[in-house]
Design a protein around this ligand. Structure first.
Ligand code: MCA
Ligand code: AMP
Length: 502
């Protein structure tokens, strides 16, 4: 067996035989006994397109079965997979292309024209039906149904996942095959993954949650994946009777909990509801439990480290906590110098373990800034750890908003708004939102009275992905500042905390 994570999936596929691997609607799109030959054809097509091991392949496509096959083929061919949110605009993409320097770029046919001028030396393909420009065409014509999975060492990268920084620029977290394998193996045991599990997969496949946690666990277990292109509460409820596990962000559970079809009966076959990527409100946990009898299992993770803490499978799942550090993770709650605080006191969560990333792509300074000399990574999340080791995330030391499980970095939006004529300054804050958990709101100080909310929203619409755009623009005469001149965002958040309450 090589150190390529695909070799683990391949071994599980052999054991799973002709069981469906990917099911969409009522159609089996891939059986486990086809996984090897199908991904071999895709990997051959990538090699024929000029990709060599360790080349980056940058992928921005709508979720599809083909997208999953492309990911698996990239792993097999030893490429470094760089997934990007489909909401990113061409302007945002240009930065990622310049930074990742990919050999291959894959986009949707509709975006081909806009992206062509910015691809540089990379070869551009789609996963559409647009003939020579589509990688699928190469898969169907040129490719071979056997492919020797490229051997990978522990340090060889499987993926670079971009995660934004507090200075406004995204950093690429380098994740090795060993990082991904170790996390998947630990979670498989911790969550009692079973071969006959059937997973509802309704998360995007451009972030750690949907791409690694969900796909890897199912593939490692040889479990059937019921594939949804996006989250729709009705469609997920329709599927529940045929599934055993659902993974979601809190917004999934907020929407399900509000649904009149969510009952004990409709959820009877599910053994595990998992939530993560953002805090699950205690009220959502409680309503869900009252309606279904199921306690949602909340876990906590980060792009740079995979999954870090989880509520227990058998023990108490306590809302408002993220459970215990996983068995492979060493964790401490520390002060700003890295010294552990007294149990129960808040501090910044620092962690270390085999799933911790290999640093930021081409950015050793940033990597060094977030690492302690003893190898601990500073998460930027404020946590408490009780005497038994149970962790609760109680805040963030980093200026970050999480809306519907997607990260929004205020600095990036502030820079865009501040660059507008007529704006003196702005502060972007996250305020509670009943559906998304948090929503971004900009508080703007104008130079002149001419600018209104619509004009600002219009001006930023072309350049910033939709999910990052503030839901409201509010105006103020001045921003509150402390004695050091720093904007007091906590004060602003307090002032506007009821903006979206119903
Ligand atoms: C969509 N919109 C959003 C979001 N999603 N705005 C802010 N935040 C969002 N998350 C925009 C749409 O463009 C649309 O704009 C409007 O909001 C309403 O969209 P709606 O149809 O309600 O949304 P949706 O398509 O149903 O999507 C909501 C969603 C989705 C299902 C929550 O965002 C989602 O699947 N989120 C999961 C993200 C995720 O996988 N995170 C994991 C990161 P308009 O009004 O113009 O139409 S990995 C991670 O965090 C770590 C490692 C971890 O621990 O897992
Ligand atoms: P990302 O940068 O997309 O990997 O997002 C990681 C961040 O999501 C973490 O640093 C936390 O702030 C947040 N997060 C993930 N899971 C949870 C959770 N269960 N509770 C609170 N915050 C979470």
């Amino acid at each position: 067996m090589t150190g390529n994570i695909f070799a683990f999936f391949s071994a599980s596929a052999k054991a799973a035989g002709d069981k469906p691997c990917l099911v969409e609607g009522n159609e089996s799109r891939l059986r486990y006994d086809e996984l090897d030959s199908t991904t071999a054809r895709w990997a051959s097509a990538l090699v024929a397109a000029g990709a060599a091991p360790s080349d980056r392949i940058l992928v921005q496509v709508e979720k599809s079965v083909e997208n999953v096959l492309l990911y698996l083929a990239s792993l097999r061919a030893g490429l470094v997979y760089v997934p990007l949110n489909t909401a990113y605009t061409a302007a945002e993409l240009e930065y990622f292309i310049g930074d990742a320097e990919p050999a291959i770029i894959i986009c949707d046919p509709a975006k081909r024209e806009a992206i062509s001028p910015i691809v540089g030396d990379a070869a551009l393909f789609t996963l559409g039906s647009d003939g020579a420009g589509s990688l699928i065409d190469h898969v169907e014509t040129a490719a071979d149904s056997s492919f020797e999975t490229v051997a990978r060492d522990d340090d060889d990268l499987a993926a670079i996942c971009y995660t934004s920084g507090t200075t406004g620029r995204s950093k690429g977290a380098m994740l090795s095959h060993a990082n991904l394998i170790s996390n998947a193996l630990v979670l498989r045991d911790y969550w009692h993954w079973q071969a006959d599990d059937i997973l509802i997969h309704a998360l995007p496949v451009y972030h750690v949650h949907g791409l690694f946690v969900a796909l890897h666990l199912a593939l490692l277990g040889g479990s059937t994946i019921r594939f949804h292109r996006s989250f729709d509460a009705d469609a997920v409820l329709d599927d529940m009777a045929q599934a055993t596990v659902l993974m979601g962000v809190p917004t999934f559970y907020v929407r399900l909990a509000a649904h009149d079809r969510l009952t004990r009966e409709t959820t009877a076959s599910i053994r595990l509801f998992l939530s993560g990527s953002a805090p699950l409100l205690e009220s959502t946990f409680a309503v869900f439990a009252a309606k279904t009898g199921h306690q949602i299992l909340e876990r906590y993770g980060m792009t740079e480290a995979g999954m870090i803490c989880s509520n227990p499978y058998d023990g108490d799942r306590i809302p408002g906590t993220v459970g215990f550090p996983l068995p492979s993770v060493e964790a401490r709650v520390a002060d700003e110098t890295g010294v552990e605080v007294i149990r129960g006191e808040p501090g910044v969560l620092e962690i270390k373990g085999p799933s911790l990333f290999r640093g930021y792509w081409q950015n050793p300074d940033k990597t060094a800034e977030e690492m302690r000399v003893d190898g601990y990574f500073v998460t930027g999340d404020i946590a408490t750890m009780d005497i038994d080791g149970r962790v609760a995330i109680v805040g963030r030391a980093k200026d970050l908003i999480i809306a519907g499980g997607l990260n929004i970095y205020p600095k990036e939006i502030e820079l865009t708004i501040d660059a507008m004529a007529g704006v003196r300054e702005s502060a972007v804050i996250g305020v509670p939102h009943p559906d998304l958990g948090e929503a971004a709101v900009a508080v703007v100080v104008r130079e002149t009275d001419g600018l209104d909310e619509a004009a600002i929203l219009d001006a930023i619409a072309g350049g910033l992905a939709r999910f990052k755009q503030p839901r409201r623009i509010l105006f103020a005469d001045a921003l509150p500042r402390n004695a050091m001149g720093k904007v007091q965002k906590a004060k602003l958040r307090d002032e506007h905390r009821a903006l979206f309450s119903d």
